[in-house]
Design a protein around this ligand. Structure first.
Ligand code: SF4
Ligand code: SF4
Length: 379
């Protein structure tokens, strides 16, 4: 039954490119987004498809390195490489790109990317102090609204934004339901299956199709969990993966963990549980977006207390046996924050912790396997 749902996921994925083409042929737009801080609701409110564009593959990095320094985060190089080589259909479909000033490498890369396609950069505060920064961040969201209105020729009313918030809240709720099925012990889904579903449904032109499919998979998985059906034993080590975003293509560490006998049950990152929030539907919609998006606990914020709070909740709720903290090479914020995360995991929870710094290549796979196997033996 689970297999049938994966077939359905693949069919919708295959159909998706044609759906985006049809949407664009009818005079609508698509907007590419690179970061979780960017409010995709504004695209949806202008009948544009929001497309998540983070680069998760190794192949375009060679092209990127003709322009960008080699010693740069692979996520930035992969994103740029896809744009420069023209090999990402979602980048090609995007009429404009919404970028951000989260980290130095990204903001400087976007200056170069703007030669390829119109890029609008959101100036993100470095701190989540609402008294100091909420107004300026709200202004950034208002500016983005105007830019999207001008590009699409569609007026974005408060009613339209509220409608988009409702739709994307449903999507985030379905994602959370799906991610929560792995709370069952043993979990009915592998980490790789969960990652694949989350990644592929993110690109769907038709949000409702994605929402329905995620809910359907969650229903089936919950029924399997009730019957105790799982690819794992009850004593399989349950791992929480924290740190940088991962996707299909940048899943090396998840694969090695599961090949070594663990189950990655929770993803505390932007491709996982950081997307589980709900925007307040009762407030002024722009203010609600500003508040909720600014509260995202990414390491680019200083301090970043929200990540510790989220980790605490997830370590408890997913009954994890160990924490793996993933940093892409040359990502200073996640790399430095790892020191405090290790302390937190070891001292507060007395759990084993492993910090891995790597890139998208396969060059260190065997070395990682040895470290991961030794780590799992401690559990
Ligand atoms: S990890 Fe931080 S910079 Fe990267 S997508 Fe998430 S919020 Fe944006
Ligand atoms: S992983 Fe780190 S360096 Fe790479 S884009 Fe995200 S914040 Fe920037």
């Amino acid at each position: 039954m689970k297999q049938d749902l994966f077939k359905k996921l693949q069919q919708i994925t295959d159909q998706n490119i044609a759906d985006i083409e049809d949407h664009k042929k009818s005079g609508n737009h698509a907007i590419g987004f690179y970061c979780l801080y960017a409010p995709t609701e504004l695209a949806a409110a202008a009948d544009a498809i929001p497309l998540p564009l983070c680069g998760t593959r190794q192949d375009p990095i060679e092209v990127a390195e003709q322009t960008l320094p080699r010693n740069l985060c692979p996520l930035i190089k992969s994103s740029f490489g896809f744009a420069a080589a023209g090999t990402c259909p979602f980048f090609s479909f995007s009429d404009m790109i919404v970028a951000d000033t989260t980290c130095d490498g990204k903001k400087k890369m976007f200056e170069i990317m703007s030669d390829i396609k119109p890029v609008h950069v959101l100036q993100l505060p470095q701190q989540q102090n609402f008294d100091l920064f909420l107004d300026s961040w709200k202004n950034e969201i208002e500016n983005l609204k105007t830019v999207i209105e001008n590009m699409t020729g569609k007026k974005i009313t408060n009613e339209k934004i509220s409608g988009a918030i409702r739709l994307l809240n449903l999507e985030r709720k379905a994602k959370k339901r799906l991610m929560d099925v792995t709370k069952a012990k043993p979990s009915p889904l592998t980490g790789m299956e969960l990652l694949t579903i989350l990644f592929k449904t993110g690109f769907f032109a038709d949000k409702q199709k994605g929402i329905d499919l995620m809910n359907e998979i969650a229903d089936v998985c919950n029924a399997l969990a009730d019957k105790g059906e799982s690819p794992f034993h009850t004593n399989t080590p349950r791992i929480l993966l924290t740190g940088v975003p991962t996707g299909v293509g940048s899943d090396k560490v998840v694969k090695i963990l599961e090949e070594s006998g663990a189950n990655v049950v929770a993803f505390e990152n932007c491709s996982g549980y950081k997307q589980a929030f709900q925007v307040d539907e009762t407030k002024d919609p722009v203010l609600a977006l500003a508040e909720q998006y600014l509260a995202i606990p990414c390491s680019v914020m200083s301090p970043n207390q929200g990540r510790f709070d989220l980790l605490e909740e997830m370590i408890r709720e997913f009954s994890v046996d160990g924490v793996v903290d993933l940093t892409w090479q040359a990502c200073h914020t996640y790399n430095v924050e790892a020191y405090k995360i290790q302390d937190f995991v070891n001292e507060r929870f007395n759990l084993p912790y492993l910090h891995i710094e790597t890139d998208y290549s396969e060059s260190d796979t065997e070395q990682l396997r040895v470290r991961i196997e030794a780590f799992l033996e401690m559990i």
